[in-house]
Design a protein around this ligand. Structure first.
Ligand SMILES: [Fe+2]
Ligand SMILES: [Fe+2]
Length: 169
């Protein structure tokens, strides 16, 4: 059985990944409202990825005999000042997720839940990639400002993103 504290934190993280999925759909809707369809598509794909993160943790908890409870999702932020502001919101959210993963990792190590620390290794590496991706795109959006030409160029490139792969479990 999973250690109680670790189980509670993993359960909270499942719900947090579901919220991230929700938030990224909201950001996709904002970009769609600006006719920046490439970025809208990018955030839709990322929303699916976050849902997959929730599923990965879900399947791990299930294997370890932890009781999973799915709670109510808060309404995500829906209005943004600019494309850069939307990217900033996403980047800040990723940093918040990284801190949460670190916290679960510490609790798992302290409880000698080494199966959990091994599983979380994947999330630690994923967060390094996530922060890097979001920081770069935030900076690009900042540089583009309200220049339509630059925004369309960024939009074209991000629109080429392939659909998110399913995580095998
Ligand atoms: Fe995630
Ligand atoms: Fe993420």
């Amino acid at each position: 059985m999973l250690n109680d504290t670790v189980a509670e934190k993993l359960n909270a993280q499942i719900n947090s990944e579901l919220f991230a999925s929700h938030l990224y759909m909201s950001i996709a809707a904002y970009f769609a409202s600006l006719d920046l369809t490439g970025m809208a598509k990018w955030f839709q794909a990322h929303s699916i990825e976050e849902h997959e993160h929730a599923r990965k943790l879900f399947n791990f908890m299930e294997k370890r005999g932890g009781r999973i409870t799915i709670g109510k999702l808060d309404a995500p932020k829906a209005e943004f000042d600019s494309p850069a502001d939307a990217w900033k919101t996403a980047y800040e959210h990723e940093k918040h997720v990284t801190a949460a993963i670190h916290d679960i990792f510490s609790a798992a190590a302290e409880a000698r839940e080494y199966g959990t620390t091994a599983m979380l290794q994947w999330f630690l590496e994923e967060q390094v990639e996530e922060e890097d991706t979001f920081r770069r795109n935030y900076k690009l959006a900042l540089a583009a400002g309200d220049d339509e030409w630059n925004l369309q160029d960024m939009d074209d490139r991000l629109g080429q993103r392939a659909p998110a792969p399913m995580i095998e479990e």
